[in-house]
Design a protein around this ligand. Structure first.
Ligand code: UD1
Length: 429
């Protein structure tokens, strides 16, 4: 039976919450262990479905995955076989694209099913392919699979990206660390998870400089070794809790974050009248008055993250005045607006921009978690609304949020998971 999240809203969140490891760093780093052909211990791994699926993929490929605690995992990739990832698993998550770079780097070839992930618009891989070709590989995409082969091994080269892509940048790094010679990546993504991937690989003996800047330089090495490495905190999970604190008029201490990663969101929230205090690796967020309107435009890091756009738009539904939210990274990331309208939100989408007229309050409703981040936005809407909200399709939320229901309950929210009754199933289908 399918589950739903039930929220009795209107309670200000209060207390502290510990942030888990970053999904978008954990996925490429888990896959990058393939390049070591050794044993790695990864700490601060989030307990989320996308990570579980990645464990399943690595196991199916001949790897050994052993939990050493709730958030620490030991991975042995010595016996991994190239091209053996099951299509039914890789087609469920976006992070599986990283298998292409990792297999190419280790074996000189790759055979991986077409990746899945959130349906937030067309998600081409032309920039990934361009990078693999620059490194000397031939790429074919037939019958639902991507096949890459570097007959004479991968060779370092210059890669210039036409647009900023997190996935293509990570994949180029994976494919280049063991290549012969030096690779220079221009116009790479600068996201903290790119830096974390490079730091992990450098700990394994790679030679990568410039991650997080406009140019990444990779000197190929002949071999990597295993290591112990701790994943950075999840800036999107942290941002989700910060926004939820403001949306409910509460006061939340978000613990275990890198405050610098949150600068863009903190500045926006402050612009809206919120107070964001920084104490070491914690941020304390509150908003004494009704939040004021603002405009938001999503951009690659250090700009406003597209993965916080639905949560921020939901908050702006309750702000004083008219806000504009412009999405420039993904072409189809406003599908959740219909759900917010069910609660009384006044939102209209015009091309890449959502025009949001703040209302005094939202009312509880049945809401679909359209995708991972939109799902988190629906939870925020339910927390802030009066009455009861039921969020369904919650598998998409659990793909990327570690224990979200328990964490919110510890902040005083009236929230629980429950099975969807047969009569309710008819209402939501
Ligand atoms: C990653 C994140 C996702 C986040 C996104 C942007 C993971 C598993 N997912 O997704 O949560 O929302 O970064 O921060 O880390 N593009 C092309 N050609 C390509 C590749 C991308 O045109 O070859 C376009 C995409 O369609 C999109 C934009 O570039 O419009 C950004 O995509 P990209 O940064 O690659 O996102 P992902 O790596 O898929």
């Amino acid at each position: 039976m399918e589950e739903k999240i039930v929220i009795n809203g209107g309670i200000p969140l209060r207390g502290s919450v510990a942030i888990s490891g970053f999904k978008n760093a954990a996925l490429p780093i888990l896959v990058a262990t393939i390049l070591t052909a050794d044993v790695c211990v990864l700490e601060n791994i989030p307990a989320i479905r996308d990570v579980e699926k990645t464990f399943e993929i690595l196991t199916a490929m001949g790897g050994r995955v052993k939990m050493l605690g709730r958030t620490t995992v030991e991975i042995d990739t010595r016996n991994i076989e190239c091209g053996s990832s099951p299509l039914e698993l890789v087609s469920k998550l976006r992070g599986s694209t990283y298998l292409i770079g990792a297999e190419l780097g280790r074996f000189g070839r790759a055979h991986v099913g077409w990746p899945g992930g959130c349906d937030i618009g067309n998600r081409p891989i032309d920039q990934h392919i361009k990078a693999f070709e620059a490194l000397g590989a031939t790429v074919t995409t037939d019958g639902g699979y991507i096949d890459v082969i570097a007959e004479n091994g991968t060779k370092g080269n210059s890669i210039y990206f036409d647009s900023t892509s997190v996935g293509a940048t990570a994949n180029s790094i994976l494919a280049a660390v063991l290549a012969e010679g030096t690779t220079v990546i221009e116009n790479p993504a600068k996201e903290p998870h790119i830096v974390d991937l490079a730091n992990f690989l450098n700990t394994c003996g790679a030679s990568i400089t410039g991650a997080g800047t406009d140019v990444i330089k990779i000197k190929g090495v002949s071999k990597l070794h295993g290591c112990t490495y701790s994943i950075i905190p999840d800036m999107i999970e942290a941002g989700t809790f910060m926004i939820a604190a403001v949306a409910t008029g509460g006061r939340v201490r978000v613990d275990g974050v890198i405050p610098k990663h949150m600068d863009c969101l903190s500045a926006k929230l402050e612009e809206m009248g919120a107070i964001v205090e920084e104490i070491d690796d914690s941020l304390i967020v509150s908003c004494p008055n009704r939040p004021e309107r603002t405009n938001v435009k999503t951009l690659p890091y250090p700009g406003f993250p597209t993965d916080l756009q639905p949560q921020m738009a939901t908050l702006l539904c309750l702000a004083n005045g008219v806000s504009h939210v412009t999405e420039t990274v993904f072409e189809n990331r406003f599908k959740y607006v219909d759900e917010l309208q069910k609660m009384g939100a006044k939102v209209r989408v015009d091309g890449k921009t959502a025009i949001i007229e703040g209302v005094d309050g939202l009312t509880g409703a049945w809401l679909k978690a359209i995708d991972l981040r939109a799902g988190a936005a629906m939870v925020i809407a339910g927390l802030a609304a009066s009455g009861t909200t039921c969020v369904y399709n919650i598998g998409s939320i659990e793909r990327g949020y570690d224990n979200i229901v328990e964490k919110l309950r510890s902040l005083g929210a009236d929230i629980k998971k429950a099975y969807i009754a047969p009569a309710e199933e008819a209402a939501i289908s």
